[in-house]
Design a protein around this ligand. Sequence first.
Ligand code: 4H7
Length: 244
Amino acid sequence: MRIDVLTLFPEMFPPVLNASILGRALTAGVAEVHLHNIRDWAADKHSVVDDYAYGGGPGMVMKPEPLAAAIEAVRGSAKPAGQTVLLTPQGRLLKQPVVDELAVEARLILVCGHYEGVDERIREHFVDDEISIGDYVLSGGEPAAMVVVDAVARHQPGVLGSELSLEEESHAQGLLEYPQYTRPAMYRDLPVPEILLSGHHAEIAKWRRRQSLIRTARRRPDLLAKAELSEEERRIVRDEMAAD
Ligand code: 4H7
């Protein structure tokens, strides 16, 4: 997969992209990220990319010409062109199914807005999709683009964890993950749950499933509406919700 990022601040990306599992995946060539500075497409000698808002009001708006030129140039630089996505608080919310949808594309162009936003004609005519990573405001789209790159790269074959089937991944099932422990078995006076040391794999699987259900019922009951649960699992959830 190839991801092109259009931004006024390309220097924000390498420290994040080169670290950890994501860094290893990109170095291994599992996905390519190409960074482009929108300012390189500004036409005037001062490389102006923003202007006052028509109708007045505070703050500046990203001018259409440099953005449109950047999108057209980058779209033309590889085939197939792929989806052009603007990161914006007004986009559709990024959930795992949206990540899965983006992850199967051969190419993605991520557009990062700044100032008070981008000229509406860009959204309408140069962008295929608008995505929000959550209901909060950022000063620029860059952190949101990094979230998309990370979430999408995890799905590429060869990335640690990507061989886990969607069946197995708890979030894909609409449940929160079970609690994790590692050595030592006793840390200060805090023991690891006995069952995890028992070697009884079937019992451990049952315990973990139960923990996922209890956690989801307590912390994210909204997720349970879509989760596929057995009758026994529904009973566990009911009991947990009643135990206040
Ligand atoms: C495009 C349009 C994404 C990009 C407007 C981006 C939150 C998210 C931005 C804006 C983002 C998200 C400009 C709107 C600055 C807010 C104060 C960049 N914020 N902005 N305004 N939730 N900001 O995914």
